[in-house]
Design a protein around this ligand. Structure first.
Ligand SMILES: Cc1cc2nc3c(=O)[nH]c(=O)nc-3n(C[C@H](O)[C@H](O)[C@H](O)COP(=O)(O)OP(=O)(O)OC[C@H]3O[C@@H](n4cnc5c(N)ncnc54)[C@H](O)[C@@H]3O)c2cc1C
Length: 396
């Protein structure tokens, strides 16, 4: 079949949920197109498996930025998932919705329906928190959560004590009443398995006759009818070009980098820029492809006087023990994220709300220079403190 009601480009975090919800009532046919392959391998299930995907071109677009003059001309690495589940199949699984003020700012900027009170019911609907339903949390959604409170490495307690010493506030639940402060993260890990939107939403829906998933299928452009309404896409799959038609909608869910790129390739963007690339303009929308806001992360490496996860995972015996614990009851460090503690803080007196995110990882690792290599624990006790702005002011 080459005609569907809805065509969704990108089977990532968003695309998998869209495909599941749009096909749920059974009245619409839905086609989901993914440039990458399936997320069948064990490494996508195993939470700590993301160390295998961080520099792996088989599941990662492995983008680099342009050389950045304000960073000494360096190009920075920007990983993005290229697999069913998208970046949600290779990410660190920290489950924080964002701060309520961010959503309220969107609403105040002229977007009714996007304030925190408006979106909270949907966040509650998607999650299954072990503490059950409360004013802030959902208890029966598709995405099972694991709070790291009972599982975090003991050295995380030292991090929290240090934050207390500095007089920093504490947050018991970043998705609860108080966002700001130091605390332990929650993760979208369900019974020791990564709870991506692919696993939680798409898989159970794939048996529906009205939903089709095509993998290794890269959308090249959106097609428009005479009224300039999106009516289909052309794709490249196994070296052959194919065309799919949409009776109702074409939905781009290819991520923050590839959705605007696809719009530009389809003739939607700044007409001067498009003309320079010999792309006929369908609609002059100069904002497309601009205004990217990213949270650059800086990592500080420390040697530790106490044992850290390096001591457990940095040698064959420790690795075997961790593997056994995971095999027997899906517990231990392999069942968790390495981003365990952290928090949200104000960087400076003038900040109206938290504008910095911190990560405390009870593990420090070397970054391989060659692609496809895994992140490796450093050969001594070590930990990482990473920081990024959560309200970045630079644009690209
Ligand atoms: C290494 C890493 C760690 C992260 N850690 C966290 C974390 O701990 N917590 C957190 O909340 N967020 C984290 N994130 C961010 C989070 O994963 C993303 O914000 C989220 O997954 C984005 O969802 P999306 O649906 O917009 O895009 P994606 O999930 O990236 O999905 C886009 C999909 O579109 C596909 N695609 C792209 N172009 C085409 C095309 N032309 N044709 C067909 N398919 C195409 C891609 O292959 C991909 O599968 C992390 C991201 C990365 C990369």
């Amino acid at each position: 079949m080459s005609e569907y009601d809805f065509i969704i480009v990108g089977a990532g975090s968003a695309g998998c949920i869209l495909a599941s919800r749009l096909s749920e009532c059974g009245r619409h046919s839905v086609l989901l197109l993914e440039a990458g392959g399936k997320d069948d391998s064990f490494w996508f299930r195993l939470p700590v498996g993301y160390v295998n995907h961080y520099y792996n071109p088989a599941s990662n677009w492995m983008y680099y930025t342009e050389a950045e003059p304000n960073l000494g001309g360096r190009k920075l690495y920007a990983p993005r998932g290229k697999v069913v589940g998208g970046s949600g199949s290779i990410n660190a699984m920290i489950y924080v919705r964002g701060q309520p003020a961010d959503f309220d700012d969107w609403a105040a900027a002229g977007n009714p329906g996007w304030g925190y009170a408006d979106v909270l019911p949907y966040f509650k609907k998607l999650e299954r928190h072990p503490g059950g339903e409360t004013r802030w949390r959902g208890g029966s959604g598709a995405i099972g959560l694991t709070p790291l409170k009972p599982h975090a490495h003991p050295i995380c307690a030292d991090y929290l004590a240090a934050c207390d010493e500095l007089g920093l506030p504490r947050s018991d639940d970043f998705n609860g009443e108080r966002f700001e402060g130091a605390g332990l993260y929650e993760t979208n890990i369900d019974g020791g398995v990564r709870a991506s939107s692919s696993r939680a939403y798409l898989r159970p829906a794939l048996s529906r006759p009205n939903l089709r998933l095509e993998t290794h299928c890269r959308t090249q452009r959106v097609l428009f009818d005479d009224d300039k309404r999106a009516c289909g896409v052309t794709v490249l799959q196994n070296g052959a070009e194919r065309t799919f038609r949409a009776r109702k909608e074409v939905i781009l869910a290819a991520g923050a980098v590839d959705s605007p790129k696809l719009l530009q390739l389809s003739g939607i963007g700044d007409e001067v820029r498009l003309a320079g690339l010999d792309i006929p303009t369908v609609r002059h929308l100069p904002a497309v492809g601009r205004n990217l806001q990213d949270h650059l992360c800086v990592s500080f490496y420390y040697k530790s006087s106490r044992k850290t996860l390096n001591d457990e995972l940095g040698n064959p015996l420790g690795q075997a023990w961790a593997a056994l614990r995971y095999a027997v009851n899906r517990s231990g460090p392999l069942s968790l994220s390495v981003n365990q503690a952290g928090g949200f803080f104000r960087g400076g007196e003038a900040a109206r709300q938290a504008n910095l995110q911190l990560y405390f990882n009870p593990l420090s690792y070397t970054i391989p220079k060659n692609a496809k290599a895994k992140l490796k624990p450093e050969p001594y006790s070590g930990y990482l403190i990473c920081v990024n702005p959560c309200r970045p002011t630079s644009r690209g």
